[in-house]
Write a protein of this length. Structure first.
Length: 226
């Protein structure tokens, strides 16, 4: 497992912007495997293990199959909605909140839009790549960073952080659910390796309207207990 070394500019940016978490959304079935593996594995590793594994993104047009896709502060609610709408059967996702210090890993890449945009050509490393997440207008769509935009959140809601896998289970800060229906089951799944990890029900965290409204007002969705 790769150790996360201190990173001066990133530590400063996270502190000044108030970045509290990274987010990775996945299915309940995938979470079971993450706990069993004691790590979030990258696409390349999972494909080598099991060709039948079902991925959120079947294409990975960013071309970085050895990286794990995360977002800052809130999940990629646009992608979640698209996947739910396209699924033949109802799908329930969970959001894993991850230590933001994972961004200090060697090989981390940043994309100011969805990483698949322009086949991954927007991906950039280091401080300059990170700062691209917070530019006034990150892309051709009319998405602008207003004066009240919350400092910790990238300008575009689909901006991504790509982290080389694996991410250890110990870096998970908590799990967020959209309903109470499976909270007890998820706590049972986590109990074998990370029993003290908070499991929170917060439907607003899964809503494009609620997430974007909060960001534009200058707030983040509250996660009590996390």
């Amino acid at each position: 497992m790769v150790e996360v070394e201190p990173n001066g500019w990133l530590d400063r940016e996270m502190r000044e912007r108030g970045i509290a978490r990274l987010c990775h959304f996945t299915s309940i079935r995938a979470l079971e495997r993450i706990v069993e593996d004691q790590a979030i594995h990258d696409r390349k590793t999972l494909e080598a293990r099991d060709a039948r594994y079902v991925f959120n993104d079947p294409y990975r047009r960013d071309g970085r199959r050895s990286h794990i896709c995360l977002t800052i502060e809130h999940p990629n609610v646009i992608m979640m909605k698209r996947l739910r709408d396209d699924a033949p059967l109802p799908r329930e996702f969970v959001v894993l909140c991850v230590q933001p210090a994972e961004m200090a890993r060697p090989g981390v890449l940043f994309s100011r839009l969805n990483a698949a945009s322009d086949s991954g050509t927007l991906l950039a490393a280091g401080e300059s790549g990170f700062k691209q997440l917070y530019v006034h207008q990150p892309g051709p769509r009319l998405v602008l960073r207003g004066d009240t935009h919350v400092p910790s959140c990238p300008t575009d809601i689909q901006a991504e952080v790509l982290i080389p896998g694996p991410i250890p289970l110990s870096s998970i800060l908590g799990v967020v659910m959209s309903s109470n229906e499976n909270v007890d089951y998820i706590r049972q799944v986590l109990s074998s390796h990370i029993p003290a990890t908070p499991v929170i029900c917060q439907p607003d965290f899964f809503s494009y309207e609620k997430v974007t409204s909060a960001i534009w007002r200058g707030t983040v969705i509250d996660l009590p207990g996390l």
